[in-house]
Design a protein around this ligand. Structure first.
Ligand code: SAM
Ligand code: SF4
Length: 315
């Protein structure tokens, strides 16, 4: 079991498998995307598996694959299948923009992926294009349908709140949870990477969702999300407030970037290089990372100290 200096038990690894993406979301990437790293700078699938395996042996029970877009990584299904074999791993999940789910949903399900998070910031085709720069709404909706057809349940749909851009989409997005057993989660935009210096109006509190949907009733809290529902709704609406209510006290996560750097906190500059380490040396480096986990971030006080964009870390 891994315990940090604030007494938190670390059980959750978010593993970025690539920093490449088929989209260029305005709040995440530059318009011309990521300069493709040399193939050798990104961990091989075997290295990703070795790091994940060491974390699971140390007490991690949940892994989320992310990126960049995890489904652009070649042989991602092989990685999922191998991760799922790790003794002690209870849950394997993946966060995706959904565009490649029509191609991959069945294989991901068969490989043992337990649940999916699909990012969807609007249901308006023109706005979807404007936000993602290269994406098409119908691709993401086909992805959602493909996930359902493949048998995925308890899917989470994540929408980042962008003041003046998609606040008008809140009711339509939330109502996806009226007819389907999904959880639509609204996430406050965090000032980092390309949106670090955006104007204040872009950063809106998740309270906007309560105002837009007064019929929502508080249900419970699952750690990072406050959950709400309404009479006769099949699913739930979640509010995730990393900015207005920091949830660092319950944080049980560590992150590993696609280049093999362990980040104890999304917003701290501390990184521990894991690449090239094996056995006891790898174990010790992971434990060092856990010990370096700060008690809380200082997003409001000093801004994110991460020095990395979201597509490099995986969210
Ligand atoms: N490409 C995949 C996707 O979009 O789902 C996985 C990686 S993406 C970096 C993970 C999540 O981070 C997405 O839901 C995205 O909307 C969110 N995200 C990116 N930048 C963010 C920011 N500055 N604040 C809050 N969420 C952000
Ligand atoms: Fe790609 Fe996800 Fe970033 Fe959008 S949020 S550019 S889909 S990594």
């Amino acid at each position: 079991m891994m315990r940090d200096t604030s007494g938190r038990t670390i059980r959750y690894l978010r593993l970025s498998v690539t920093d490449l993406c088929n989209y260029r979301c305005i709040y995440c990437m530059e318009p011309d995307g990521v300069c493709k790293k040399n193939h050798g700078e990104i961990l091989s699938l075997e290295e990703l598996l070795e790091i994940a395996s060491a974390c699971v042996a140390l007490g991690v029970t949940k892994i989320r694959l992310t990126g960049g877009e995890p489904l652009v990584r070649r042989n991602i299904v092989w990685l999922c299948r191998e991760l799922k074999k790790l003794p002690g791993l209870e849950e394997l999940t993946l966060t995706t923009n959904g565009a490649y789910l029509p191609r991959f949903a069945q294989a991901l399900k068969a490989s043992g992926v337990d649940r999916l998070n699909i990012s969807l910031d609007t249901l308006d085709p023109a706005r979807y294009r404007a936000i993602t720069r290269t994406g098409e709404l119908k691709g993401a909706l086909s992805g959602l349908a493909a996930a359902e057809a493949a048998g995925f349940t308890d899917t989470k749909i994540n929408a980042v709140l962008l003041g003046g851009v998609n606040d008008g989409d809140i009711p339509a997005l939330a109502r996806l949870a009226r007819d389907r057993a999904v959880s639509v989660r609204f996430i406050e935009l965090m000032p980092m990477g390309v949106c670090r210096d955006w104007e204040r109006e872009r950063f809106i509190s998740a309270d906007a969702v309560r105002k837009a949907l007064p019929e929502l009733r508080y249900l419970d809290s699952d750690g990072v999300a406050e959950r709400y529902t309404a009479p006769d709704w099949a699913g739930t609406v979640g509010l995730i407030r990393p900015v207005s209510h920091r949830f660092c006290r319950q944080c049980d996560r560590i992150r590993v970037t696609a280049e093999g750097r362990l980040k104890p906190c999304l917003h701290s500059a501390t990184e521990i290089a894991l690449r090239g380490l094996h056995g006891e040396a790898l174990r010790e480096a992971i434990l060092r990372g856990v010990q370096a986990k700060p008690a809380h971030h200082e997003l409001l006080e000093t801004g994110s100290q991460s020095g990395r964009a979201m597509y490099e870390i995986g969210g």
